[in-house]
Design a protein around this ligand. Structure first.
Ligand SMILES: CC(C)(COP(=O)(O)OP(=O)(O)OC[C@H]1O[C@@H](n2cnc3c(N)ncnc32)[C@H](O)[C@@H]1OP(=O)(O)O)[C@@H](O)C(=O)NCCC(=O)NCCS
Length: 155
């Protein structure tokens, strides 16, 4: 498995991974509610993902094995993690941990001293175990019950 910057050519496959991760893994967040899922998935299109890969003030990373994209991570420069989605078929293999570490390295390289993200309910324990702390009360996003603003000091 390697982690590399995405190119616009990755957009179709990366988009499919993000959509499957949200739909199949984040049930604790959307609870199968089609309206929540619809809002969440609305901007997860190949066209939008291709824009995220433009390198303009943001990084889009992909974890790749045997030419297949297994996870997608995003960083808004320098210090906000915007995406961290693993394929359902690649869950619990250390891939999100590796991708998160690479996003943090990228933030450090850009001069960030800490990094922020908005966690799903699904991933909240995962981030707590990796040094992230809650920053106040959870908020709702896309109509989900709880999204957790979190921050981690780097270095
Ligand atoms: C929760 C999630 C982010 C973890 O990603 P992953 O690539 O599966 O995770 P890793 O293999 O790197 O980390 C392993 C985690 O799963 C646990 N795990 C490993 N094997 C497992 C198994 N067979 N069954 C259950 N849990 C297992 C590990 O204990 C570890 O969790 P912990 O250290 O916090 O206890 C991912 O599975 C997920 O559900 N993603 C959905 C998308 C999402 O919510 N993204 C965050 C957007 S902010």
């Amino acid at each position: 498995m390697i982690i590399r910057d995405a190119t616009p050519d990755d957009a179709g496959d990366a988009c499919a991974v993000v959509r499957a991760s949200i739909s199949e893994l984040c049930f604790a967040d959307h609870r199968g509610d089609p309206q929540i899922l619809g809002r969440w998935l609305a901007n997860k299109t190949p066209e939008t993902v291709a824009q995220w890969a433009d390198g303009q003030g943001r990084s889009l990373l992909v974890a790749v094995e045997d030419d297949a994209i297994l996870a997608v991570g995003g960083l808004a420069h320098p210090d906000e993690i915007t995406l961290n989605y693993v394929s359902p078929r690649a869950r619990f293999r250390g891939i999100s941990s590796a991708l998160l570490a690479e996003l943090e390295r990228r933030a450090v390289a850009l001069g960030a001293r800490d990094v922020a993200l908005l966690s799903t309910e699904t991933a909240h324990r995962f981030y707590l175990a990796r040094g992230y702390a809650d920053l106040g009360a959870p908020t709702g996003k896309f109509g989900t019950a709880a999204s957790y603003p979190m921050r981690k000091r780097l270095g």
